[in-house]
Ligand binder design. Sequence first.
Ligand SMILES: Nc1ncnc2c1ncn2[C@@H]1O[C@H](COP(=O)(O)OP(=O)(O)OP(=O)(O)O)[C@@H](O)[C@H]1O
Ligand SMILES: [Mg+2]
Length: 287
Amino acid sequence: MTSKSPLISIEEVSKVYGFGDATTVALEEVSLTINKGEFIAIMGPSGSGKTTLMNIIGLLDRPTHGNYKLNDKNVARIGKIKQAKLRRDNIGFIFQSFNLLPRLTVLENVALPLAYKGVMQTRRLKAASNALAEVGLKDREYYLPSQLSGGQLQRAAIARALVNGPSIIIADEPTGNLDSVSARVVMELLSDIHKLGNTVLMVTHNPSLTRYADRIIYMLDGSIVYDEATAVGEIPKRVQNAVNSLRSSDEEEKLANVSALMETMPGPDKEKPKAKKKKSKKRGKKK
Ligand SMILES: Nc1ncnc2c1ncn2[C@@H]1O[C@H](COP(=O)(O)OP(=O)(O)OP(=O)(O)O)[C@@H](O)[C@H]1O
Ligand SMILES: [Mg+2]
């Protein structure tokens, strides 16, 4: 990586939902730096804060505490309109449930983000048509979403995410509703997008999909418990094992598994030999 400032820099970000007694800490002082061009797979059990983190990075939501710099600009506390504009120009979203509008044709759906941007209709439809061609759906332009298969819907959603030319793609379980063949097509598309120099953040429950990523982040209970670079094409065995064991276990086992995972992992920077984890009272307890 170059020594340029990072694309995304998150510092001690927390997100708390609710008020009074009914609060949930969805993110707890998460810090994270992402460079341009990374493909990051985010994993972790249900409720661990993956979507919350993606929504904050994607400017769909705001942190309760902490800082967020996007392209060196403080964006944690900007107003709704600025937030929406930055989002529109920089970020493309792909969701598990496709989120296409049922009454619009595929072409109109894909063109929609450009309408919000004030692009004229002819140019809008042309751009949407090009985006659809890129995902192999040229012949489905005038279909309604209900007439497409799941894999085709997700490809249309990818075309919609790309139509604005964003440099950051956030995909929250993009293959969650797809069969393995369609999932592969979607992953190959994401991989192509990555190879063009874009930054891809993908939440997934499927360890085998981490092979497309060059970095893997694992979340648990609102924290990042592991963050490691990996070669594209490789699924670290530890990830596979840990995820498999996490699948069917109860809470206590989960924690045990993750701490076992952490013990075998060299942290984000691999040279940390003498960080023998000691559970001693470091500074004494407060109070
Ligand atoms: N709008 C909300 N209001 C209240 N609590 C919320 C809200 N959104 C998320 N939470 C809570 O925050 C925590 C993190 O949720 P989040 O959706 O980020 O988890 P996740 O890791 O994406 O889970 P999954 O794998 O099931 O999608 C959960 O405990 C969830 O119940
Ligand atoms: Mg989620």
